[in-house]
Design a protein around this ligand. Structure first.
Ligand SMILES: Cc1ncc(COP(=O)(O)O)c(C=O)c1O
Length: 448
């Protein structure tokens, strides 16, 4: 890595120890070509983590860029307050076609705000219906829904959010999520089966239904909480319990929708029926911050009345439904259809499964979990998580070693993540696994 001409000391990076960062030799990315990110010295890095799980087609997809340029020339953005924007109308129509059972689209500008909007919608729904103050939420342990106060409250991950615990919402009930591990993992003493989790969920829902606005969970799998893929039927059973006990069911498809798990809408594949479902990340193929909170006519109609009834939804951001984002998302959805991306993802997920099988030979690989183009490779030694390598946190070691091999990857500590751009080809998938294999071997050497 050559010396940088940029002075990096002014930008404060997320989830980053800045004292160490200032001296770190992280590349400064200046352009993108296909699936590669290119730095100021013309070094190329394959984007193996889809730019934090959102990139679909690579970084210079003409159809999306042209749609955005056209939108920029026509009008960069039209507010949603008191005006309607043509690009947000067009996109909403497409999304409703895509999302079975959903009737309305509420726009925000990132995943966290889509979830915040969903939570507020749920609370106000019950109030507007005259059912009083249902202020509590039920969620899954280890869920992750974003970094704003409401999102941290429902998706509490101890390793991330303990500094803010004192300001988080107190009225949250958490259900354990089932642990499905494959291969060599022996199982922890706290691991629960899906049936045990459903049993606990039923008790908690029954007891608290009268004060609970909604059950919120990631759809199909928990991602940032350690890549926990739900066993078949689990999500549907939660969905059915919510209906039975009259609480709303909110699904977060921000990371798992749009094909990540092999389905355009994961909730349909799971046989579940949400009242509210959120998308962001791949929605614009990673080209613009945009998010949506979709809901049903049943929820929407509770917000109708006269202005003075004050039933309207009091939520909106300056950049809600940004015209550039809507143009990018519309172009993205056209590409999904034109190239039948979901079929391609389904073929590639079988290929990925085969590639991952080879890793199990390595003794420190204790588990591999996969669904669609999402996989986790868990590293443990003597039945303990490997947390440090060469005196560095393992995540940092993995990131640095993969960058040296021209690959941008990020892990969740000892859980290596495979979350590639969704339109990736087979050779590139193999490259990612090859880099991981070589990094795993280095880790093994360093800790033995
Ligand atoms: C499942 C899930 N929900 C919500 C979010 C928050 O999205 P954003 O980072 O756009 O606020 C994320 C981000 O990683 C996520 O994985």
């Amino acid at each position: 890595m050559l010396k940088s001409t940029y002075d990096k000391k002014y930008v404060w990076h997320p989830y980053t120890q800045m004292k160490e960062w200032t001296n770190a030799r992280a590349p400064v990315i200046t352009s993108g070509r296909g699936f590669y990110l290119i730095d100021e010295n013309d070094e190329k890095y394959f984007d193996g983590i889809s730019n934090m799980w959102c990139n679909v087609w690579g970084h210079n997809r003409n159809e999306i860029i042209s749609a955005m340029i056209k939108q920029l020339r026509d009008l960069p953005h039209s507010s949603q307050f008191g005006l309607a924007g043509s690009s947000s109308i067009n996109l909403a129509q497409q999304l409703i076609k895509m999302a079975k059972g959903m009737d309305k689209v509420f726009y925000t500008d990132n995943g966290s705000t889509a979830i915040e909007a969903a939570m507020k919608m749920a609370v106000q729904f019950w109030r507007n219906k005259g059912r009083g103050e249902k202020r509590s939420f039920i969620s899954l342990k280890n869920g992750y829904h974003g970094d704003t106060i409401g999102c941290m409250s429902i998706g509490y991950v101890d390793g991330f959010f303990s500094p803010y615990k004192s300001i988080l919402m107190k009225n949250i009930f958490r259900i354990p999520s089932p642990t499905i591990r494959n291969w060599k993992f022996k199982g922890g003493k706290n691991d629960l089966t899906a049936d045990e989790c459903i049993g606990i969920a039923e008790k908690v829902i029954k007891k608290n239904a009268s004060v609970t606005a909604a059950f919120v969970m990631e759809s199909g799998a928990q991602l940032a909480g350690g890549v926990k893929i739900y066993p078949e039927g689990f999500q549907k059973q939660i969905s059915d319990l919510c209906k039975k006990h009259e609480i709303l069911f909110i699904l977060d498809e921000i990371a798992t929708g749009f094909g990540r798990l092999g389905n355009m809408t994961e909730y349909s594949a799971q046989g579940s029926s949400p009242d509210i479902v959120c998308y962001a990340k791949a929605l614009t193929a990673g080209y613009f911050p945009l998010a949506v909170t979709l809901t049903t006519n049943n929820i929407f109609s509770a917000f109708l009345g006269k202005y003075n009834d004050r039933k309207q939804f009091y939520h909106g951001h300056t950049f809600t439904g940004h015209s550039m984002g809507c143009a990018a998302a519309t172009a993205n959805l056209i590409l999904y259809e034109r190239y039948d991306l979901i079929s391609k993802i389904r073929k590639n997920m079988r290929h990925l499964e085969k590639l991952l099988e080879d890793l199990i030979e390595i003794d420190i690989v204790t588990d591999v979990r996969q669904k669609g183009l999402l996989a986790a490779i868990e590293l443990r030694k003597n039945n303990k998580d490997i947390m440090t390598v060469c005196k560095k946190p393992i995540g940092q070691f993995i990131a640095e070693e993969s960058l040296k091999q021209g690959m941008y990857l990020r892990s969740l500590e000892n859980i290596m993540l495979v979350i590639p751009p969704l339109a990736i080809g087979r050779n590139d998938l193999k490259r990612i696994i090859d880099v991981y294999r070589s990094v795993i071997r280095k880790i093994k050497k360093q800790i033995s």
